[in-house]
Design a protein around this ligand. Structure first.
Ligand code: SF4
Ligand code: SF4
Length: 231
């Protein structure tokens, strides 16, 4: 793919809301409460995820598949789910003593994209607001605090007025997402095709915040903190 085609795909084919959600995921800070590693939900895995788990644990693909996964009850194509244990239905990779993920650096894509990219937001909210996720509550508080910040207002103005900065941010978000999902080669291809170096961490976070506030309604965050989040 050439740069022109890629830029067309970026601006015409991908919805703005996707970039806002990636920006939210960049800004999200997990509080390691591990609520998302147990309970009713399933950690969906595909063959690529199973391959990563097998690599991390130095077992064959078929052993990883049979030992740690089981059929997906919802029958998503090409997917299985991670096994769970106990009354709380904890993920089989949740360490019983430390309560940490024992394959954190090789965890499945769905765990890497939780919570901001894990599902379609409902009720007109900007992002999925999970009632048990401490990190989502911290995110909501941070966004509400930063809404009136002068530096953020300046950054919003820069993104509003400078098309090339918005483009650079979108390219940076695509690269960040690929790297987060462990797709390093795809990330490198985007750098090569666009000839762009992505924003470094501080600038990326700064413009993600401005972009999120520019593009998303934040009123639902207050309601979520007041009544939707179980403290
Ligand atoms: S529920 Fe949220 S804060 Fe808790 S471990 Fe999961 S992502 Fe992190
Ligand atoms: S793989 Fe790790 S991060 Fe994902 S659900 Fe299991 S314990 Fe949690």
């Amino acid at each position: 793919m050439e740069k022109e085609q890629f830029m067309h795909w970026l601006s015409e084919e991908l919805p703005e809301s996707l970039f806002s959600q990636i920006a939210a995921q960049v800004l999200f800070r997990c509080q390691h409460c591990r609520e998302c590693c147990r309970g009713e939900g399933y950690a969906l895995v595909d063959e690529e995820d199973i391959h990563e788990i097998a690599r991390a644990l130095e077992v064959s693909h078929s052993i990883a598949k049979s030992r740690f996964t089981e059929p997906d009850p919802e029958k998503n194509p090409g997917c299985r789910i991670l096994k769970s244990y106990g009354a709380e239905r904890s993920c089989c990779f949740l360490d019983r003593i430390s309560s940490r993920c024992s394959i954190y650096h090789n965890r499945p894509k769905i765990c890497r994209s939780f919570p901001m990219l894990s599902a379609e937001p409902e009720d007109g909210n900007a992002i999925c607001l999970y009632s048990d996720c401490l990190g989502t509550a911290s995110f909501a508080r941070m966004i509400l605090e930063k809404r009136g910040d002068i530096q953020v207002q300046r950054d919003m103005q820069i993104l509003n007025e400078q098309e090339e900065m918005r483009q650079k941010l979108k390219i940076s978000l695509c690269i960040w997402l690929r790297r987060t999902l462990g797709q390093k080669e795809d990330a490198d291809s985007i750098c090569r095709i666009t000839g762009e170096q992505p924003f470094q961490k501080n600038d990326l976070e700064r413009y993600c915040l401005a972009y999120f506030l520019m593009t998303m309604k934040t009123d639902g965050l207050k309601d979520y903190l007041e009544s939707g989040f179980r403290d």
